[in-house]
Each structure stands twice: as C-alpha cells, then as structure tokens.
Write a protein that binds this ligand. Sequence first.
Ligand SMILES: *Cc1c(COP(=O)(O)O)cnc(C)c1O
Length: 453
Amino acid sequence: MLSDKKISLSEAEIPRQWYNVQADMPNKMAPPLNPATMKPVTPEDLTPIFPMELIKQEVSQERWIDIPEEIVEKYRIWRPTPLIRAYELEKALDTPAKIYYKNEGASPAGSHKANSSIPQAYYNKAAGIKRLATETGAGQWGSALSFACSLYDLECIVYMVKISYQQKPYRRSFMQVYGAQVIPSPSDRTQAGREVLAVQPDSLGSLGLAISEAVEDAIGRPDTNYALGSVLNHVILHQTIIGLEAKKQLEKAGDYPDVVIGACGGGSNFAGIAFPFLADRFSGKSSVRALAVEPTACPTLTKGIFAYDYGDLGKLTPILKMYTLGHTFMPSGIHAGGLRYHGESALVSQLYHDGFIEALAFNQRDIFDAALTFAKCEGIIPAPESAHAIRGAITEALKAREEGKSRTILFSLSGHGHFDMAAYDTYLAGDTRDVPCDEAQLASYLSCLPKVE
Ligand SMILES: *Cc1c(COP(=O)(O)O)cnc(C)c1O
C-alpha cells in the first residue's frame, strides 16, 4: 500500500505568518538606488506608488511577518493548495527518487501570483487607494491582480504587452470578467508609450516598457498605486506561503526534500517554495539544495551579470543590484512569457551569488517534452513556465536513477496551462523552435547598464 498521493492540510493549518529571508541571509542585499539621485532609496521615494505597509515589508528585517486575518480569509478560497506525490511520473521515469509537487495552479487565477495579488490589493485598499495600475506579460499577473481587485472593490488597469494581447485573447477576457481595464502596451496614454510609438508605430511591446507605462500611470494620479507581480522583496515575502505549507505537508508525510525546484522569472515563485527550506540551511539544520530553472532564451542567472540595473526600459524604477541581462534586453518570442524578464529578485540574486542557489537553463523543446510527460502521467497540463520546474525535477530524478540512490525532490507547479494551448498546438505540430540567447547581442545589452559609483 502506497502512502497518500495528496497530502492535505485543513484551512486552520494555513500559515499565519510569512517568512522573511532578510532576517537570516548571511550577506544582506545591496541597497536599491533612486534612479534620479543614485542614492539609496528612502521610504519617501516609494510612497507615490506603494502603500506604507508594503514599503515596510520591503525593508523589514523581522524573520516572521503576521498575515492579517482578512488576507487569510481570502486565501481560504483556494488555500492550502495540495501537495502531491508524483507516483505516476516516478514510475514513468523508473527512478528511485520521490517527487512531490505543490500545485499552485489550483488558485482561481491559475497560478501562484494570487498569493501576492491578494495582500497587495488588501494593503492598498486599507491605505485608501481606489485604483491599481500594473503590467502583464503572459497575462497571469494581470489575471491575479484583477481577481484580487474585484475581491477588494478596487479599480484595476492592466497594461498588457501587445504581443500577448493579440496572442492570448482569453487572458484579456479573463481579466475583463473581474472588471479590469486592459490596455495593449505600448499605448498612447503615457509618455513612455508615446515615445516608443513615435519611432516604432507597430511595436509589439515588452515587459520593461509595460512596467514604465503602469508606473507612470500610478505616479500621475493620487488615487492610484502600482503593483508588481514578482522581483520585489514584499512579493517574495507573500509567496513564502508556498514553501511554509509544503513544509507542513512534507512533515505529515514524514519526509524532507534534498532539493527544492522552481521556475525562475522574477524569482518569486522559486523563492516562495525555496526560502522556507533554505532557512534550515542557514541555521545548519539541513543541507537542502535550491535549484532555479530558467529558459536559455532569457538566461538571467546562468548568463547574466551581478550588477546594478534598472527594472524597466523607461528607467523609472529603483536600480537594483541583481543578475541582469540589461534593461534594454529584448527576449525572443518564447512561449513561457512569464520568464522573459531581464532582471531578477535582488534576494535571489544575492543568495545565488553567495552559492546557496543553483541554476539551470533549458531550451523550449525540452520544456514542452517534459510538460507532455508530466501531463500524461499526472493529468495536469502545466503552464510552459512551470514546465521548467518539471524539467528540473526530471533531471534530478534521472540523476538519482543513474546513481542508484533515492532522493526527495520537491517542485512548485506554479500554474496550469489552460490559456497556453496555442503554444501546445505549435509544439505538437513540430513548429516550436529553440532560440538560445545571442551572446554578441547580450554583450551590447550589458553595455547599457547604469554607471554606479
Ligand atoms: C509568472 C509566472 C512564473 C514566473 O514567476 P516569478 O515569480 O516571476 O519567477 C512562473 N510560473 C507561472 C505559471 C507564472 O505565471
């Protein structure tokens, strides 16, 4: 008799505190800089676009931060998410490894991003804000924020990268159902958008540009704040609910991971599952490994450099010390839109730099191959982003088979792929191309970094 496949928690067992890695990381992250003055950012610099509670979380050094009951109440709509032992996948791989995945695709918005959209909407509402502006690339963050804004009765405006707006009409409909206004970016509503349209009227946009548009919108209106779906410390804090739940669930199963794996775009879902386990490594209680997986087309950790850079094309955001491909980086049109950001969380970057995190990059066709294997075994069609984590887990499981040793693998299934079927069609038709990052071009992007000191 096998032990349970689905390891459940009751709603009463939803964690009541988020874990803040800033309290424990051996080397602190470098301070973010104000792009106008090149001096460390002060809380006052951030108040035009963020509420004070989120700014406090951004800089907090407290290990545990209480989750307000009003947020837990909304988390209960879909949390705790199931932790699932991938017995069928293990069998198909003929591996002695144990593979567990945390299914964050169970959220109403279809991905882990709702773990942060709910608190962000909550704290903005509490601060008297009426409207939130944001950007979305593939559409998952826009969906999650639209859902959260509808729960807290906030207006939501989403600047959606134009190529996705055209390619993913149902993502747009999804946001509109929750009442959001969705604008294709570049748009003529902002100076950043108009500048691009003036030189390139048929521009299909980029995430860096859509961020500039949303930030400009928020700066321009006192009733409006800005919300970001990854990268920032407060987003990572909110996402630790994934790893904290997984820890309780594995404890119930009498298990503990040797390696924790996540797809890495801006870093929040990876950090969310990995940081609560890395806490044990900082305190010397475990030697757990943390593995971030990214696309070869946007290889921020594996090919980027650790340096101060802007978060957006328009240079409006604070300058962060992070792994970056350069803020002018234009990723090729790969299907994992959520992994196409040029930068990386400063916390993930520092810990990668210090050797606590490993990284791997895979090509698109490898990713879809892993996605199909997973779907056929476990029944869930993963988001192409999540398929990077699956690919990482399969790599670890095959290594275990080679070595003839068991190991326990945990990964984050960050979202389902129900809005990505066009990408699956392309793969099934044999038309998916691998598009590794062009090293010569990369050098030119990296030559545009801001000069600091
Ligand atoms: C956005 C997204 C990612 C990437 O998340 P980060 O937190 O930015 O690294 C991964 N998977 C899915 C399903 C996403 O929507």
